[in-house]
Design a protein around this ligand. Structure first.
Ligand code: KIV
Ligand code: ZN
Length: 519
């Protein structure tokens, strides 16, 4: 029986979020995010789609083994192979959930699945029954529910409840609905489906029309009690409902919604930053809740008001979401304890060996620049993850570029356990030249599609972060590099992207054209 006064926060950053172009993560990165989500207090972590590839299986299984507290959930289509794989991957979880789905809308039935209504219904029921034969906690999703005929959706939802589903999810897969309509759909299901009061009604909204948060909240007002969301709203296309926004709406407007949530809101800002750094997707300055400008007051009249009483123009306090006044933290003389403490505040729990390694890098950086900010610390740890995952490491580079002419690069790379190799190449600019040299050394036939540079912090000696995007086999990959030298950062980013492609092939992630399923 659902707790009527509690709103369940189901995070799918590691599954739907990871489906965003260029957002795929390695195992280490997924574990970092899963730890941060557990600290944040989410109720459910959807850790991945185990049948999609051996790498996805391994990631769900590692999260299931290591993360305690939240329910760990694995996604599966309604077929025996997927469900069995999900159950196996979840084996070691303290609390587990199998999440099965099948598309229900006419357009998906006709063009994607080529199945009639009766077949979809049978598939859904059999999927739920099989999942229930393993697990007491089974969620069913009717993919593209928001565009499904209401009466058919009612039949499906009734049938899966009878088959044993404990949570029923109503996704707006393509971000098509609007708040009034979605609330009416939830009310309709609550009125028409027998036994619906015994399950948790969930919603999963995409943001194609910019209404994912509004639609989710409207559904909650109409009786839904689980929201599926992602950190920073990352996800397929325009993304998913943003966790930090929906949580702060329910928190700030507690009287209106009247629901309890288990989130430690002061962990929102560090978690959003962590995810943003890991997937190299900067948080827009004006992003609600966690953007740089979210608590900045520019107009004199606003500043005056805030000085008199913060609530004149602030509906939340920065500290409620974990924004700290001062992100200038450490310097050359800071010790190991201060370093470890600050990393913990930022959500990084490091093993002794990792900590020593990170501390050495911090000391080296503190020799190069006077002031070390949170973003510098995050970069140290995250770049370490990338470099250690290999297989290629950058040993040296010599890049010459001339005004109005071409650039030439010589790059030295080393593959784990082998001798360093080097290659010279020319290009339109320094990054193009380095890319050509790296492509020749690694035999990588990817296309370089985009290139972004930003300053990590402030000041003339600030480190620059370069993000590069490459495309191979229909998939987008990103790589990041950080350095006080922007050309070195760019070269590191190229090596990181190549490594991600190699590792993705090693863990058996299919090219997009042959992907096991598109969800
Ligand atoms: O958007 C969607 O419909 C999904 C389902 C698998 C829940 O991601
Ligand atoms: Zn989705």
């Amino acid at each position: 029986m659902a707790d009527k006064d509690r709103l369940i926060i189901f995070d799918t950053t590691l599954r739907d979020g990871e489906q965003a172009p260029g957002c795929s993560m390695n195992l280490q990165e997924k574990l970092r995010i899963a730890r941060a989500l557990a600290d944040l207090g989410v109720d459910v972590i959807e850790a991945g789609f185990p049948a999609a590839s051996p790498g996805d299986f391994e990631a769900v299984s590692a999260v299931a083994k290591q993360i305690k507290g939240p329910i760990i959930c694995g996604l599966a289509r309604c077929n025996a192979g997927d469900i069995d794989a999900a159950w196996k991957a979840l084996e070691h979880a303290e609390r587990k959930r199998i999440h099965v789905f099948v598309a229900t809308s006419a357009i998906h039935r006709q063009y994607k699945l080529q199945m009639a209504k009766e077949e979809i219904l049978k598939t859904a029921v059999e999927g739920v029954r099989r999942a229930r034969s393993y697990c007491d906690d089974v969620e069913f999703s009717a993919e593209d529910a928001a565009r499904t005929e209401w009466e058919f959706l009612k039949d499906i939802v009734s049938a899966v409840i009878e088959a044993g589903a404990t949570t029923v999810n109503i996704p707006d897969t393509v971000g098509y609905t609007v708040p009034g309509e979605f609330a009416a759909l939830i009310e309709y299901l609550r009125k028409e489906v027998p036994g619906i009061e015994n399950v948790v009604l969930s919603v999963h909204c995409h943001d194609d029309l910019g209404m994912a948060v509004a639609n989710s909240l409207a559904a909650v007002k109409a009786g839904a009690r689980q929201i599926e969301c992602t950190i920073n709203g990352i996800g397929e296309r325009a993304g998913n409902c943003s966790l930090e926004e929906v949580v702060m709406a329910a928190h700030t407007r507690h009287k209106f919604f009247g629901l309890e949530i288990g989130i430690n809101t002061t962990r929102l800002f560090p978690t959003c930053r962590l995810v943003s750094s890991i997937v190299a997707m900067p948080i827009p300055r004006n992003k609600a809740i966690v953007g740089d400008n979210a608590f900045a007051h520019e107009a004199g009249i606003h500043q005056h008001g805030v000085l008199q009483h913060a609530a004149t123009y602030e509906i939340m306090r920065p500290e409620d979401v974990g924004v700290t006044e001062n992100s200038l933290v450490l310097g050359k003389h800071s010790g190991r304890h201060a370093f470890r403490d600050r990393l913990q505040t930022l959500g990084f729990e490091l093993e002794e060996v990792e900590l020593n390694n990170a501390f050495r890098k911090f000391k080296k950086l503190a020799d190069q620049k006077k002031e070390i900010f949170d973003a510098d610390l995050e970069a140290i740890v995250l770049q370490m993850d990338g470099a250690e995952a290999g297989p290629w490491t950058l040993r040296d580079m010599n890049i010459v570029t001339r005004f109005g002419g071409s650039a030439s690069a010589e790059v030295w790379l080393m593959k784990s356990g082998e001798e360093p190799v080097n290659q010279k190449a020319d290009g339109d600019g320094p990054i193009d030249a380095a890319f050509n040299a790296i492509a020749a050394l690694t035999g990588m036939d990817a296309t370089l599609t985009d290139f972004e540079v930003r300053s990590l912090t402030v000041g003339q000696d600030a480190q620059g972060e370069v993000a590069v995007f490459m495309r191979k086999g229909g998939r987008d990959y990103r790589g990041t590099g950080v350095s006080t030298d922007i050309i070195e950062a760019g070269t590191r980013a190229l090596v990181d992207a190549v490594n991600r492609i190699v590792r993705s092939q090693e863990i058996g992630r299919p090219e997009k054209s042959q992907a096991a399923a598109s969800v």
